[in-house]
Design a protein around this ligand. Structure first.
Ligand code: C2E
Ligand code: MG
Ligand code: MG
Ligand code: MG
Length: 285
């Protein structure tokens, strides 16, 4: 009886494993299909000048418009895309969309907007990244200064020289590089000093209680001061209240992003939002 019990546990275990593998395969197939059927969409969130309210540009954030499941946020599929390697194709799709959008803005006489995109750590060191960006530069007539490439701190913790070389290459092509979610990874001052980056973004966990927690406020202040010292742009993400805006303005943070100004929007909605802010700025408090 003991043996039989052991076997059934074993069988159950195997069945569970098979189910997991089947689920993964299915998920991967679906993701691939989503890409082929053009089910992905970029949403745009404005970046605001903290002192003037001016609209500086936007961050493009991907969503998956699944025919049955509806709008799927990136955190629900980026992990799978990274582990299957599909992230490279997805990121390349994002890059091309960003160029297309920048070219459209240029045709509309909006030559100054910046557009930030997120590149996965897995893709950042890949040789295809440069190739893709170079191809797009040839195909679309935009100023590379307008494209900001966001990478997370953890990328910086990989091979220091490789990351530094890649950032230098991107800089030579004219793009800006930004360190996203700053403060959540293995923040090291070493790379901030030696990488030719243009921007850091303070993670929203430090912004969340900035108006009533002295430690969070102190951390934000320290990052802002550090950015000033290094002559880097600094953006606070996750600004949801006017109190947070006021606090960040006092701390001297030049750029802000967050639901207080706007959630990420599909392109049509963004156009309406821009029409509503025809002076090119949001109202100051
Ligand atoms: P992220 O780059 O740090 O993007 C900021 C996230 O915070 C976005 O979530 C945005 O919708 C959300 N957010 C913005 N303002 C606020 C706010 O005031 N309050 C709160 N609670 N949240 C706010 P989202 O769009 O779900 O993206 C999550 C992450 O997925 C991104 O973090 C980025 O790491 C990744 N991601 C998004 N799009 C892409 C992409 O095209 N490619 C790659 N590789 N990763 C992407
Ligand atoms: Mg980002
Ligand atoms: Mg971020
Ligand atoms: Mg984040």
């Amino acid at each position: 009886a003991k043996k039989k019990h052991a076997r059934s546990v074993q069988t159950r275990f195997t069945e569970d494993m098979i189910n997991i593998i089947e689920d993964d395969l299915l998920a991967e197939m679906n993701l691939r299909k989503g890409l082929d059927l053009n089910e992905f969409e970029l949403f745009y969130q404005p970046k605001i000048n903290s002192f003037t309210g001016e609209i500086i540009g936007f961050e493009a954030l991907i969503r998956w418009n699944h025919p049955e499941k509806g709008l799927i946020p990136p955190l629900n599929f980026i992990g799978l895309a990274e582990s299957t390697g599909l992230i490279i194709a997805i990121d390349e799709w994002v890059i091309e969309q960003a160029f297309i959008q920048l070219e459209k803005w240029k045709e509309d006489g909006e030559q100054d907007y910046t557009l930030s995109i997120n590149i996965s750590p897995r893709h950042f060191l890949h040789s295809r990244l440069n190739q893709c960006l170079k191809n797009c530069l040839e195909q679309y007539k935009i100023n590379p200064r307008q494209l900001v490439i966001e990478i997370t701190e953890n990328v910086a913790m990989e091979d220091f020289d490789k990351v530094k070389n890649r950032i230098s290459e991107l800089q030579q092509l004219g793009f800006s590089v930004s360190i996203d979610d700053f403060g959540t990874g293995f923040s090291a001052f070493h790379y901030l000093q030696h990488f030719p980056i243009q921007e850091i973004k303070i993670d929203r966990q430090f912004i969340r209680d900035i108006a009533n927690n002295e430690v969070s406020k102190g951390i934000a202040k320290t990052i802002i001061d550090l950015a000033n010292l290094l002559k880097l742009n600094v953006v606070s993400e996750g600004v949801e209240t006017i109190e947070q805006w006021k606090t960040l303005k006092k701390l001297g943070c030049p750029q802000l992003q967050g639901f207080y100004f706007s959630r990420p929007m599909p392109i049509d909605e963004l156009q309406l939002w821009l029409n509503k802010h025809e002076q090119g700025r949001v109202p100051l408090h």
